[in-house]
Design a protein. Structure first.
Length: 207
C-alpha cells in the first residue's frame, strides 16, 4: 500500500521527535539518529535527512532559530507548535495502527515520551489485546491447515505464530517497565547530543 502523501515520512517523524528535545543543526540531528540506530526504521543517508528538513521547513513544522555556539554556516532548526502536533499525531497513528510491524512499535516507543504516560500504556495495552486475538486466530488456522499445506506453508504459519507470541510477551514487559519508570521524559533531556556521545562513548550506527 502506498504511503499517505499527507502523513509524515519515517524520517520526518524521527527529525521532529529529536527537535522536540532541543533545537539542532543538521550534523547534530544526524548524530542523534546514529545514536538511535534508525537504520532499523528509516533510510538515514545524508540526502534523506536534508530533504526531510527542507520539506518540514516548507510545511512550517520547523523554523530556523538562533543559538550560540557552532559555525555561522550551520542552520539550527527548532520545532514549531504545528510540528509538535504533527509528530504527536504521527506517534498516535503508529501506536494504534492495526498489526503494525515491530519497527513501527519501536518508532512509537522512541518518541512515546511526547504523549502522556497513561495514554502510552493504554495504546500498548490495546496492541497487546489485539495481538492476543491475532495469535489465537493464527494458531487455530495453522492447526486446521497443517495437514493440507506443504512444508513451506507450515513454516510461514509457524513464523507468524512465533512473531505474535514474542510481540505479545514484549508488550507485556513494555507496559510493566514504562508503568514502573521513576521519570517520564526524553532520556537525554535537552543535553547536546555531541556532548553526550563524547562523554559516554556510546556506539553509533555505522554510516
Amino acid at each position: 500500500m502506498a504511503r499517505n502523501a499527507s502523513a509524515p515520512s519515517r524520517m520526518e517523524i524521527l527529525v521532529l521527535g529529536a527537535l522536540c528535545r532541543a533545537p539542532m543543526h543538521g550534523y547534530e540531528l544526524k548524530l542523534e539518529l546514529q545514536y538511535k540506530h534508525v537504520e532499523w526504521w528509516a533510510k538515514c543517508e545524508h540526502g534523506h535527512l536534508y530533504a526531510a528538513l527542507a520539506r518540514l521547513e516548507r510545511g512550517k513544522f520547523i523554523r530556523p532559530t538562533a543559538r550560540r555556539g557552532g559555525r555561522a554556516t550551520q542552520r539550527v532548526f527548532a520545532i514549531t507548535a504545528a510540528g509538535r502536533r504533527r509528530v504527536i499525531d504521527a506517534l498516535e497513528a503508529l501506536g494504534t495502527a492495526p498489526d503494525a510491524s515491530y519497527f513501527d512499535v519501536d518508532m512509537f516507543l522512541a518518541g512515546c515520551h511526547l504523549l502522556d504516560r497513561s495514554r502510552v500504556i493504554d495504546i500498548l495495552a490495546g496492541r497487546q489485546a489485539a495481538t492476543a486475538v491475532r495469535l489465537a486466530e493464527a494458531t487455530e488456522l495453522a492447526a486446521a491447515m497443517r495437514p493440507h499445506v506443504p512444508v513451506v506453508g507450515d513454516l510461514i504459519m509457524e513464523h507468524r505464530i512465533d512473531y505474535l507470541r514474542g510481540e505479545h510477551a514484549f508488550l507485556a514487559r513494555a507496559i510493566e517497565r514504562l508503568r514502573a519508570a521513576p521519570e517520564w521524559g526524553a532520556f537525554l533531556g535537552d543535553a547536546r547530543i555531541e556532548e553526550f556521545v563524547t562523554r559516554t562513548r556510546v556506539p553509533l550506527e555505522r554510516t
